[in-house]
Design a protein around this ligand. Structure first.
Ligand code: HEC
Ligand code: HEC
Ligand code: HEC
Ligand code: HEC
Ligand code: HEC
Ligand code: HEC
Ligand code: HEC
Length: 344
C-alpha cells in the first residue's frame, strides 16, 4: 500500500513539531524544525510531477501507528542523485566537490533546497542566482577585469560564463514600462484575451514558428492598443541541463569578443517564455534581430546588438560634419585672391 502524503501531514503540518538533534557537523545539540509547509510543497516541481514524501524518504516502508512515532527515529539522508543521476555525475566534476578534501560535503540542496524546489525553466535570473550562487559568493569581490559589473551580473547568468559547455539562450520577459514590474504569462494572455494555445497562431502570422521582427512589432502594438506599455526584458541564461553543474576552476569565459561581436553565437537562440498554470513551460522562438530594435529594454550589447537606424543617423552626422569642413575649406581657397585684395 502506497503511503499518501496526507498521512505524513497529519503530524508534519504541525508548525510546533521539532526535535533535538546532535546529528550536525558541530555535534552540538540543536533544535530541528520538522514542519513542512503543505501549500508550498504542493507547488514544488516534485509534487507537480507526482513525487511523494516516501519517494524521497524511501526508507519509510510503512507507518506503524502502534508506536508514538510511526517511523524510525533517525531516517536515512535523502540522496537526490538516486533520481538525478546525470546531475550527480556532472556535479562530481565541479569545483564544489573539492571542499570534500576539507571534510565538508556540499549537498544538492545547498543550492536547490529540498521540499520546495521550484520549476526553473521560466525563472528570472534574479530568482535563479539568489537561490544559488549568491547565497555563498559575492561576485563583486572577484572579476576586477570585468567593466560594468552591475550590468553583466544583472543580465548574464553566472553559469553562462562559469559552465561554458552549456548552450545559452536569450529569454525575453514582458515588463511594464511604467511600473517596471514583470507580467506573469497568464496576465499577458488575459490582456490579449486569448488562451495559451492561441498565442503563437495569433502572433506568428506566417506560421513559420519563428516570431519575425515585424510580427514582434505587431505584438507590441496590440498590447499598446490595450493600453499596456509592455517592453521586453532580455536575459542571457543557460539551458537547463546536467552540465550546468560543471563549474570548474579557471575555465570561465573571459574573452569579451565571445559576446561583444556582431553575430555572436551567444545570441542565436532567442525565446519568449510562457508559463502555463500547471507549471509546464513553452519556448516561442524569436528572430534574433529583434534585439536590435527599440522594444528591448536596457539590453545594449556593444558590437553585438545595435539599432541599425542609429548607424544611418550617425553616418549622416559624420557626412554632414565632413561636408561642412570641406565646404568651408573650399570657399576659403576659392576666395583667397578676393580676400588678399580686400586686405590691401
Ligand atoms: C504520528 C505522527 C507522525 C507521522 C504520521 C509521520 N511522522 Fe515523521 N516524525 C514525527 C516525529 C514526532 C518526529 C521526530 C522524531 C524524534 O523526535 O526523533 C518525526 C521525524 C521525521 C523526520 C526526521 C527524521 C530524522 O532523521 O531526523 C522525517 C524525515 C520524517 N519524520 C518524515 C516523515 C514522513 C515522510 C512521513 C510520512 C510517510 C512521516 N514522517 C509521518 C511524527 C510523525
Ligand atoms: C525531493 C525529495 C523530498 C521530498 C519529495 C520530501 N522530502 Fe523531506 N527531506 C528531503 C531532504 C533532502 C531532507 C533533508 C534531510 C535529509 O537529507 O534527509 C528532508 C528532510 C525532511 C524532514 C526533516 C526536517 C527538515 O526539514 O530538515 C522532514 C520532517 C521531512 N523531510 C518530511 C517530509 C514530508 C512530510 C514530505 C512530504 C510532504 C517530504 N519530506 C517530502 C527530501 C524530500
Ligand atoms: C552550486 C549550486 C548547485 C548545486 C550544489 C547543485 N545544483 Fe543543480 N542546478 C544548479 C544550477 C545553477 C542549475 C541550472 C540553472 C540554469 O540552467 O539556469 C541547476 C539545474 C539542475 C536541474 C535542472 C536541469 C536538469 O539537468 O534537468 C536539476 C534536476 C538539478 N540541478 C539537480 C541537482 C542535483 C541532483 C544536485 C546534486 C548532485 C545538484 N543539482 C546540485 C545549481 C546547483
Ligand atoms: C524520487 C525521485 C526524485 C528524487 C529523490 C529527487 N527528485 Fe528532483 N525531480 C524528480 C522528477 C520526476 C522531476 C521532474 C522531471 C524533471 O524535471 O526531471 C524532478 C525535478 C527536479 C528539478 C528540476 C526543476 C526544473 O526546473 O526542471 C530539480 C532542480 C530537482 N528535481 C532537484 C532535486 C533535489 C535537490 C533533490 C534532493 C533533495 C531531488 N530533486 C530529489 C524526481 C526526484
Ligand atoms: C553553499 C555555498 C555555495 C554555493 C551556493 C555556491 N558556491 Fe561556489 N564555492 C563554494 C565554496 C565553499 C568554494 C570553495 C571550494 C574550495 O575552496 O575548494 C566555492 C568555489 C567556487 C569557485 C572557484 C573559486 C576558486 O577559488 O577558484 C567558483 C568559480 C564558484 N564557486 C562558482 C559558483 C557558482 C557559479 C555558483 C552558482 C551556480 C556557486 N559557486 C554556488 C560555495 C558555494
Ligand atoms: C562575463 C563572464 C562571467 C560572469 C557573468 C561571471 N563570472 Fe565569475 N568569473 C569569470 C572569470 C573569467 C573568472 C576568473 C577565474 C576563472 O577563470 O575561473 C571568474 C571568477 C569567479 C570566482 C572566483 C574564482 C577565483 O579564482 O577566485 C567566483 C567565486 C565567481 N567568479 C563567481 C561568480 C558568480 C557568483 C557570478 C554570478 C553573479 C559570476 N561569477 C559571474 C567570469 C564570469
Ligand atoms: C557571456 C557574454 C559576455 C562576455 C564574455 C562579456 N560581456 Fe559585456 N555584456 C554582455 C551583455 C549581455 C551585456 C548587456 C548588458 C546591458 O545591456 O547593460 C554586456 C554589457 C557590457 C557593457 C555595457 C554596460 C552598460 O551598462 O551598457 C560593457 C562596457 C561591457 N559589456 C564590456 C565587456 C568587456 C570589456 C568584456 C571582457 C572583459 C565583456 N564585456 C565580456 C555580455 C558579455
Amino acid at each position: 500500500m502506497a503511503i499518501e502524503n496526507s498521512e505524513c501531514f497529519e503530524c508534519h503540518s504541525d508548525e510546533s513539531l521539532t526535535k533535538e538533534s546532535t546529528a550536525n557537523i558541530l555535534k552540538t545539540d540543536i533544535t530541528v524544525d520538522l514542519y513542512v509547509d503543505e501549500d508550498k510543497f504542493n507547488h514544488s516541481v516534485h509534487n507537480i510531477n507526482g513525487i511523494t514524501c516516501v519517494d524521497c524518504h524511501s526508507d519509510i516502508e510503512e507507518l506503524n501507528y502502534d508506536n508514538d512515532l510511526p517511523h524510525e527515529e533517525y531516517l536515512e539522508r535523502v540522496c537526490c542523485a538516486n533520481c538525478h543521476e546525470e546531475e550527480g555525475e556532472a556535479f562530481k566534476k565541479s569545483v564544489h566537490m573539492e571542499i570534500l578534501k576539507k571534510g565538508i560535503t556540499m549537498t544538492c540542496y545547498a543550492c536547490h533546497g529540498y521540499h520546495y524546489v521550484m520549476q526553473m525553466e521560466a525563472a528570472l535570473l534574479a530568482e535563479r542566482e539568489n537561490t544559488y550562487c549568491l547565497k555563498c559568493h559575492n561576485p563583486y569581490q572577484y572579476h576586477e577585469w570585468l567593466p560594468a559589473k552591475e550590468s553583466h551580473f544583472a543580465f548574464v547568468e553566472c553559469i553562462v560564463c562559469h559552465a561554458t559547455d552549456v548552450p545559452q539562450q536569450i529569454h525575453l520577459n514582458f515588463v511594464d514600462l511604467v511600473t517596471n514590474k514583470f507580467y506573469e504569462s497568464a496576465e499577458i494572455l488575459k490582456i490579449l484575451d486569448i488562451s495559451y494555445d492561441e498565442f503563437m497562431p495569433m502572433v506568428d502570422k506566417d506560421s513559420d514558428n519563428i516570431i519575425s521582427p515585424k510580427e514582434f512589432d505587431t505584438l507590441v502594438l496590440m498590447l499598446k492598443q490595450k493600453n499596456i506599455h509592455a517592453r521586453f526584458h532580455a536575459e542571457l541564461v543557460a539551458e537547463l541541463m546536467p552540465a550546468a553543474h560543471q563549474v570548474e576552476r579557471g575555465m570561465a569565459e573571459k574573452t569579451c569578443e565571445k559576446c561583444h561581436m556582431a553575430d555572436s553565437p551567444y545570441f542565436n537562440a532567442v525565446f519568449i517564455i510562457l508559463r502555463q498554470q500547471d507549471g509546464t513551460v513553452d519556448h516561442h522562438e524569436v528572430d534574433r534581430s529583434v534585439l536590435e530594435g527599440y522594444n528591448i529594454s536596457h539590453f545594449y550589447l556593444m558590437a553585438g546588438t545595435r539599432v541599425k537606424m542609429l548607424d544611418k543617423i550617425g553616418f549622416l552626422l559624420l557626412a554632414g560634419g565632413a561636408c561642412g569642413v570641406f565646404g568651408h575649406f573650399s570657399i576659403r581657397v576659392l576666395t583667397i585672391s578676393y580676400r588678399r585684395k580686400n586686405k590691401k
